[in-house]
Unconditional design. Sequence first.
Length: 75
Amino acid sequence: MEKEINEILGMLYDIYNQVMVLNDSLQLSARDNKDNDYQHSFSEIILKNLADACAKLQKLDCELCALQSEKNTRH
């Protein structure tokens, strides 16, 4: 299960980086064209949600490791 969590976390970080590139592009184009400001704002929301999801998944991974360690200590 730990391996699956790390794979998902890696996928989320890849998506985060891709959206970050898109966000940077939208930010640059929004300077020239205010019509793109909405898209830039929306990509900021997506980045925040992805960062929150990554943080929660990392916390879950840490809790899982702690439980596994505790289980191993008992046996």
